[in-house]
Design a protein. Sequence first.
Length: 442
Amino acid sequence: MKFNMLVIGCALGMASAFVPQIHPRAFAAHHKTPPLHMSTLSPLTGSNIVLTPDPSGFDSEKIGGACVHRYNRSDSGAEGEYLMWYHAQSNAPQEEGKPPMAPLSSGSIGLARSRNGLAWQRDPVGAFSETVPGVSMGPNEESWWGFDTAHVGLGDVMKPMSGTAVVAQGGVYIMYYFGGSFEETDVASYGAPADGKIRGMKLRIGVAISQDGRSWGRVEGEDPTGACMGPYDLEDDNYKNFLDMNAPLPDGLEEELYTGWPNVITEEGKNKGYTMFYSTMTKEKKEKCIGLGKSENGFKWYKGGIVLRPGPDDYDIKGIARGQVMKDTVYENGVWKENSKLNMLYEGVGPDNKHKICLATSADGGLSWKKEGAVFDFGAEGEWDSGGVGSPHLLRLDDGSCRMYYTGQSSDGRTAIGVVRTKGTDLKGPWEREVSEMPTFI
């Protein structure tokens, strides 16, 4: 399903009942494909795991990229409700005779639901427009030329007028996602000491909208691939689609190999607009960095240059990726109050190539950042997340504490989504693993 700008304008002006109610229904009514290949790997177990791959689902291989909303349903007297969007990869076999797909956890996007943020239930149905059970948005099957025909991954889900702690009912969801096509690129382009080709690695960013959080319609960007943001690559004839040709080139602009994992914040008042932070790799130095984009309406985006780079300290010396940016806040009299500063939780890669979660702060709207160091480390040997942690997503709770969902990886490469919590408001922690109510959810 695709939307043009007229439809978007109408949709953004309408209110809708918030939460997609998940009711078990027969898959045969709208799903025509059989279940995917069964996974041979057992799901991870751990006291703070909230979601693991489903061996028989679209998410049978890898899982990650959680984005969580908490909704206040005080009008009905019911307790709050949580939604988690995430992306996952199945263990379907690779095509014979073709270069391998990019080794990412992206594939399709799913949805889970919780009453307390700790015990989660997957949506077993998914969108009616999708052919695989449980999928809210899968690879693009409508446009063969699209940037997202091979796999899609979650970046961010927004609602207009979102608050810091609780998102009220009503409005339209906007999803910023990334994807890859079956386009082949050289493995060596990404700094790997190897020959050969890889598919699906030239990532671009897209936008989709929804009125129920379950079924999504893509919004085609002006780029011929349908993307709203792509790499700044002078070898691409369409690179100017992402540049504001009526303004000077931004500082820090470098050629890029991909753009993915978008995170978007909004500004109100005289500086009203949207700012995007995305993960990229520079073409010349092969640095994994965070880039910036600017938009007046959330759909047409322009490059703003690289704003956060690796090093010089060890905790992110090998790369930076997958950041979540949020307004800085103080907790006073039971209320979270925003100020003008920004915080970024991001993934830093150390000299051992293991990922940990780090913190940076900005006082100028995200154009420059001060690093505060690593704030949450990977688990000790033998723990389920000993291979690395990343993809942080923060929620501020009513009691003044902060909860963070993250993707953890075991020493053998299996993944799950975990949860940690602070006792206070300081994002530096300490972060403590929060005990979930169920070890796995299958």
